[in-house]
Design a binder for this molecule. Sequence first.
Ligand code: ARG
Length: 389
Amino acid sequence: MKKVVLAYSGGLDTSCAIKWLTDRDYKVIAFIADIGQNEDFQMIKQRALKTGASKIYVLNLQKEFVQDYVFPALKAGAIYENKYLLATALSRPLIAKHLVEIAQKENATAVAHGCTGKGNDQVRFETTVSILNPKLEQIAPLRIWEFKTREQEIEYALRQKIPVDVTKKSPYSIDKNLYGRSIECGVLEDPWTEPPEEIYQMTKSPQAAPQKPEQIEISFVKGLPAKLNGKSLTPVAMIQTLNAIGGRHGIGRVDAVENRLVGIKSREIYENPAGTMLHLAHQELEYLVLDRETLHFKHVLAYKYAEIVYYGLWETPMKKQLDALISQTQEELTGTIRLKLYKGNCTVTGRKSPFSRYKIELATYGDKDVFNQQLAEGFNRLWSLPYQR
Ligand code: ARG
């Protein structure tokens, strides 16, 4: 019997996939990645076993997710199409990497996932797996099985006695992890429709948020968040705590129409309280510390890095080279940013760093000014020289 490792979520699709693969003579090993989606893993584990999985792996990957995936993207300033903080996209290469590792450990010849043929995630999984181990067979049951509609799939689940809670089915497709939530489908497919309040889980609506603003201070060391309000936090605790604070103030809701890899535009809603505040604070520290050319060029790199993550090209030479360059730019990115949170808004109200390039004696218009204005005349003449005839 051939062995396959399936990335298992516990939902209808991947549960049917277990049965479907078993019926095609595969021995199915279910892999459940805990990346902070806050599910009942014990229950999901039981469900996989009852559905026919021969073995289950539940791995807590939260720390690895934040340290090795979320933080590099934060240092890069990577935000796809200036809107999407990439919470889902960043999790895929991590899950794929562990799929491959488990497959190798278990002598499995195949891996499988529960993505459809229309999305980005299939590309990210399969690209990463192919780069890490091109010999593995890759199966995407949803792309090839006989069910055309969700109803047919539910019918199959009922017939096969697959223990899924179909009554709890939401009209939305939701992906969730420690770093954020992505919500699509249902009424959201009409880009003119305002997202109903019920879709949000991590964030309060700005209207319901506190009437009083809250100030927080995020301290960075070499480009990474290390302290919140003066208190050291682990990477995972940093994200969790900022999610709670920002969520309370309605921060981090994004309504996007984005360009998918497979050529279609799609509408997605995102919730990213921690990420929104961290990106803003990190960027602000760069404004204070980085020299002009590095800062401007980093914006170009950020755009490129976001594309690489979105396109599933995590395990590529380009990504590693960008990481090296970006890390070099973060050597002096140590300092503190003060943010004010108020009704969905997050604004910078203060910044400081031992490596600040802001020099008050040059910037001031007061009597401490040391800027030599006589030099400006020559500067201005030479600046226009290349364009004079
Ligand atoms: N559009 C996002 C991406 O491509 C999220 C995909 C998953 N979204 C979902 N609602 N299931 O990364």
